[in-house]
Design a protein around this ligand. Structure first.
Ligand code: URA
Length: 239
């Protein structure tokens, strides 16, 4: 476990800016293992030592993992000059520290994982790991078993790229069809382009699952929660 400066740990936990945190130390409001801290630059191992801020224990977390039910109209990025971004929906103390694991289009809804754990994020996105992603979609037009067969073989996209096999489940077929699709990659606009290859338009798209992680359907669009220990452990097993 890493030794870090006390003021950095406190600032990272959103207690205040480095300057404010230094002030708290000066005022004698920070205790480490029962002793009042005097040096904001003292080194601590936050996972092991008991740190009190004005008498309240600091529950230190190096990494955070949020599941967001992404609403439409919000960009999967950490900053954007024009639109609200997914990190704007999180608690302000974490917004500047986390990044979305992959992207959903502005109009796509559903499961998005946000974390500051770069290693987990990198492995989940690595094409080698083939972490599958499941989507629910409504399609303008009739989706048929022939489309499902074609998806199972891999679809040639507009740029000539042939996708990995995908599983297409038809829930209803008509003037507008409802489907579930599972893909193992994350090419730009992949689901929309796979349907476009057959002249079909995706009119609604929602991600339901990423690997073992299922969207918590009790989250309203725009709501988030932290992953449970079990959810995190299962995700780690995939990587
Ligand atoms: N495929 C798409 O076309 N859009 C998304 O947002 C995700 C997958």
């Amino acid at each position: 476990m890493k030794r870090e400066r006390l003021d950095k740990v406190l600032a990272n936990m959103g207690i205040g800016t480095r300057k404010e945190v230094k002030q708290l130390v000066k005022q004698g409001l920070i205790e480490v293992d029962g002793v009042t801290a005097t040096d904001p630059g003292m080194h601590v191992i936050p996972e092991q030592q008991e740190i009190l801020v004005d008498g309240e224990p600091l529950h230190y977390k190096r990494y955070v993992y949020f599941m967001l039910n992404k609403p439409p109209g919000v960009i999967s990025a950490t900053e954007d000059p024009r639109h609200e971004t997914v990190v704007d929906l999180l608690p302000p103390e974490w917004a500047a520290k986390v990044h979305p694991v992959g992207r959903l289009d502005i109009d796509t809804e559903g499961l998005l994982l946000l974390t500051n754990d770069g290693q987990l994020s990198h492995s989940l996105l690595s094409p080698k790991k083939k972490v599958d992603k499941e989507y629910y979609a409504r399609i303008a037009g009739r989706v048929t078993p022939e489309h499902a067969d074609a998806f199972a073989k891999g679809v040639t996209l507009d740029d000539g790229y042939v996708t990995m096999p995908a599983r297409l489940e038809i829930l209803s077929s008509g003037e507008e069809s409802e489907i579930k699709v599972t893909i193992m990659e994350g090419k730009f606009h992949q689901v929309k382009r796979m349907f476009a290859a057959f002249g079909l338009q995706v009119v609604y798209l929602k991600r339901l699952r990423m690997g073992t992680l299922l969207l918590d359907e009790t989250l309203e669009p725009g709501e988030y929660r932290e992953l449970t220990d079990e959810e995190l452990a299962s995700l780690r097993k995939l990587t």
